[in-house]
Design a protein around this ligand. Structure first.
Ligand code: SF4
Length: 343
């Protein structure tokens, strides 16, 4: 039987566990402090009695993520991780090193059921949701491995965060907790393929994080062909949710647009996008996609990307071309895991 994941618990929940199990309440705060320090075994909590450590060991797992593989890019010092979970499932993540610090891209599910055609994570479907503890565990594991402190988190690895809403929300609370990991919401980006209902729920939480929408196409027919989620939440429903989000939070939305040569990188597509989001509190990231061999997609040429940007700017839309990171190490969503599972 799988043990409960202590890293998913808030300080209050651990205090309650202590009290319910005949221990002093302050032991909860003590243990939470150790978890935040990134300990990998209960033995490392040196000021706690042995009998309590044994009780914890029998009930909970602490070190819920083990590194199965690590590959660092020679080009740009991006490091790709494969992690093994308690039940043997494999997930992946990326650590990116910037001038302003370290940014980690975390997974929220084992695989993904959203079926985006440009994404290797979609190929095997979904196995299960990650717990909040398994999501934050990715941060602790990489920090320990590299001897660093992470300053930015992006929920953009395998899985659709809003399809695992409760655990992702708990993760956000844990990572933001001033008594805990204490990372400001402004340092967190959550990326979704466009689950409109949940975007509204997230707006109502009024967190100061950055919401990124993977848009990739601005007409329904072609977006549905690229991203089946568009059948359920078409562009009208998605845009309604996005407007609701900006109205409630007053936060700018980032639209991610992965450019695929000959598929969605034409001038006509740029005009459609410009018309769709003109006047919104938003920003567009144009991303030359990494090649996905299984899907036969190629990244757009530099000249097409520059033209696309110019058209958008003509509509008054702030647009950035994002550099492609880690293309030599399969850093795109799901690619390393997929290759590992195929081996
Ligand atoms: S792009 Fe994101 S939402 Fe789409 S299949 Fe891949 S992991 Fe899932």
């Amino acid at each position: 039987m799988l043990k409960k994941d202590i890293r998913s618990y808030s300080c209050e929940a651990i205090e309650n566990f202590m009290v319910e199990n005949g221990e002093k309440k302050f032991r909860g705060k003590q243990l939470y402090g150790w978890i935040v320090k990134g300990i990998q075994s209960f033995d490392e909590a040196i000021n706690m009695p042995k009998s309590l450590k044994e009780k914890l060991e029998a009930t909970f797992i602490l070190d819920n993520i083990k590194i199965a593989k690590r590959v660092t890019s020679d080009k740009d010092r991006t490091t790709k991780y494969l992690y093994e979970l308690q039940d043997g499932h494999i997930i992946e993540g990326v650590l990116m090193s910037y001038k302003h610090g370290y940014s980690i891209c975390v997974s929220t599910q084992v695989g993904c059921k959203m079926g985006c055609t440009f994404c290797a994570s979609a190929i095997g479907g979904i196995e299960r949701n990650l717990t909040a503890g398994e999501i934050i565990g990715q941060l602790y594991t990489v920090e320990k491995d590299m001897g660093i402190k992470i300053s930015n988190v992006v929920l953009m690895g395998s899985g659709e965060p809003l399809d695992n809403y409760e655990e992702v929300l708990q993760f956000l609370k844990l990572v933001n907790d001033p008594k805990g990991y204490n990372l400001g919401m402004r340092h967190i980006t959550l990326s979704t393929c466009g689950i409109a209902d949940k975007i509204k729920d997230l707006a109502d939480e009024n967190m100061q994080l950055t919401l990124a929408i993977s848009l990739h196409c601005a007409n329904d027919e072609e977006r549905t062909a690229l991203m089946p989620v568009n059948k359920k939440y078409n562009l009208t429903a998605l845009m309604k949710a996005c407007h609701y989000y900006t109205d409630v939070t007053n936060r700018r939305i980032t639209f991610e647009y992965g450019l695929i040569a000959g598929v969605n990188d034409t001038e006509e597509r740029a005009k459609e996008l410009g018309k769709l989001i003109q006047g919104m509190l938003c920003h567009v990231n144009l991303i030359p996609i990494n090649q996905v061999i299984e899907r036969d997609y190629q990244p757009s040429k530099e000249s097409s990307i520059a033209k696309f940007k110019k058209v958008l700017e003509g509509y008054g839309v702030t647009t950035t071309i994002r550099r492609e990171l880690g293309s030599d190490i399969n850093a795109a969503c799901g690619q390393l895991r997929k290759n590992h599972l195929d081996d």
